[in-house]
Design a protein around this ligand. Structure first.
Ligand code: CP
Length: 309
């Protein structure tokens, strides 16, 4: 694999290999994983044209743990504000001998565009492009599910909320189907469902009581208001009443069902605080696994030999 732009079409054994590699970077106690010299002398440039806390910070930490040099380009103070095109900015950074660009952009397809226009010596990792894909988020979600719920072929998973605007949902659906999940469901009002979403291999529900029945994991999504201009949508209060994950609604799921959310969460909009902070919530473990997954992806793209535990 030269770039990680999407999970769509990747083979199951590659996803399993990345998850297995990530396992070797998950600390066995609460301490941080030790710094390793695996990618010493390599350089990562974080290029975030959209806001981020988790993805940007874990890529930076992951690179530091692999002994890479890291540059976080501050887009708001870069020469893009003087009219420099994306392509020229990237060519300029490429001339600084970067090995990996981590790219987040509001346009679907931005990471593909960049991969096409730079030399193949630079590996591109898509850190979220528009509504299209967020592959490392889905991989960390798969690691979370595998560690806490076991084999995918026994798993029923429901993804709830703003499916229409969610790159995370698309990447999760691809990952779950590639890894052989027993059932992938989406639950949303019709206005937040993409056309022909069934074609991605999901069962579609519009009521929480039906869609959550017997599921092993519930993945909640944020309402992506920044992508909703002019759309006919429920109010936050109406959305919370019908789709917000409260303790009462969680009772429809399997009694041992876990709760996940890629973050950032909006308490009282898509999730109740008692559920987000409750004992079945894996929201913070997801963040920790993100570090391990990003270390695994970068090691794989650069071709480092990761010692097995
Ligand atoms: N899940 C996720 O992508 O979070 P950030 O926007 O904080 O990176």
């Amino acid at each position: 694999l030269r770039h990680l732009l999407t999970l769509e079409g990747l083979p199951a054994d590659l996803l399993t290999h990345l998850l297995d590699t990530a396992e070797s970077f998950v600390p066995t106690n609460r301490q941080a994983v030790k710094k390793l010299p695996l990618l010493r002398g390599k350089t990562l440039i974080n290029l975030f044209f959209e806001n981020s806390t988790r993805t940007r910070a874990t890529f930076e930490l992951a690179a530091q743990r692999l002994s890479m040099d890291v540059l976080n380009l501050d887009i708001s103070t870069s020469s893009t504000a003087k009219g420099e095109t994306l392509k020229d900015t990237l060519k300029t950074l490429e001339a600084m001998h970067a090995d990996i660009f981590v790219v987040r952009h509001s346009d679907s397809g931005a990471a593909h565009f960049i991969a096409q226009h730079l030399t193949p010596d630079v590996a591109i990792i898509n850190a979220g492009d528009g509504r299209h894909a967020h592959p490392t988020q889905a991989l960390l979600d798969m690691l979370t599910l595998r560690r806490h719920k076991g084999d995918f072929n026994q798993l029923k998973v429901a993804i709830v909320g703003d499916i229409l605007h969610s790159r995370v949902a698309r990447s999760q659906i691809h990952a779950l189907n590639i890894l052989g999940a027993a059932e992938v469901r989406v639950i949303a009002p019709k206005t937040l469902l993409p056309v022909a979403i069934e074609d991605l291999g999901v069962r579609v529900f519009t009521r929480m009581a039906d869609g959550l029945k017997d599921v092993d994991a519930v993945i909640m999504l944020r309402l992506q208001k920044e992508r909703m201009q002019g759309a006919l949508l429920p109010s936050e209060q109406e959305f919370y009443r019908l789709y917000g994950l409260t303790s009462d609604k969680l009772a429809y799921a399997h009694p041992q069902a876990v709760v996940m959310h890629p973050g950032p969460i909006n308490r009282g909009v898509e999730i109740e605080s008692a559920v987000a902070d409750g004992e079945r919530s894996l929201i913070l473990p997801q963040v920790s696994y993100g570090l391990a997954v990003r270390m695994a992806v970068m090691s794989h793209l650069i071709g480092a030999q990761v010692p097995q535990p």
